[in-house]
Design a protein around this ligand. Structure first.
Ligand code: ARG
Length: 236
């Protein structure tokens, strides 16, 4: 929870779920790095708050962690959705994404639409919007059976299973799909437009923090810092 530090403003504890490059991941020295890490640091630097040390949680534990005060802000490429907006509040959006379908390179499976995923073994990270696409577009319609869907704690594990042939495709945010495709033997088969927008998550009663994050975000967007950070993590 929040504590008031000597000299600085109220200290807030940020939470994220690494394994989602380039937004949040562990580098070769096992340090937590990425676009969200740098962006939140820059944003909070423009406010009266100070940033405490990062808590690393599973993606599906972030909202519970916020609600039980283990963390004070979520920076995890989290899509602003109606469902989530019922339990937490979001900052203004800071990044846009759609969902990509990743397949193993050099295989003979190259789907070009969701219909082509019928009867296939699919994977996504538990609690994500990628999982929601699988559930609402493929499982509910009966095209994919519940038992052919694997929910992973991390997309890193899903990519391993894809390369090993244990699943046929992964549904994952497009910028992250592109990063995995540049690092591993996986390819984007096609991208399904979902028009998602990422926001920082805060507790619903933390209006001051929400407003501070929004004004900090506007400042870094106006003064070029946002673009600098984006260019650092998204080379292409
Ligand atoms: N944008 C997607 C969602 O909000 C996936 C986020 C996954 N983030 C992570 N740090 N693993 O559901």
């Amino acid at each position: 929870g929040c504590t008031t530090g000597g000299g600085g403003g109220t200290e807030i504890t940020p939470g994220t779920a690494p394994g989602f490059p380039p937004f949040e991941f562990k580098n070769d020295d096992n340090e937590l790095v990425g676009f969200d890490i740098d962006l939140l640091e820059a944003v909070v630097g423009e406010t009266d708050y100070t940033l405490g040390s990062w808590e690393e949680l599973e993606f599906s534990s972030l909202i519970p962690g916020l609600q039980n005060d283990r963390i004070d802000v979520i920076a995890a490429a989290m899509t602003i959705t109606e469902d989530r907006d019922e339990t937490i509040d979001f900052s203004d959006p800071y990044y846009n994404a759609d969902q990509s379908i990743l397949v193993a390179s050099g295989g003979d499976f190259s789907p070009s639409s969701l219909d082509d995923l019928e009867g296939r073994r699919l994977g996504a990270q538990e609690g994500t919007t990628g999982e929601s696409v699988i559930q609402s577009e493929l499982i509910e319609s009966g095209q994919v059976s519940e038992s052919n869907y694997n929910a992973y704690g991390s997309y890193v594990l899903a990519v391993e299973d894809l390369i090993n042939g244990n699943i046929d495709a992964i549904v994952i945010d497009q910028p992250v799909a592109q990063t995995f495709a540049s690092q591993r033997d996986v390819d984007i088969a096609f991208t399904y437009e979902t028009g998602e927008r990422y926001g920082f998550g805060v507790r619903t009663d933390d209006d001051d923090l929400q407003e501070a994050l929004n004004s900090g975000l506007a400042t870094v967007q106006d003064n070029g810092t946002y673009e600098e950070i984006r260019n650092e993590w998204f080379s292409s």
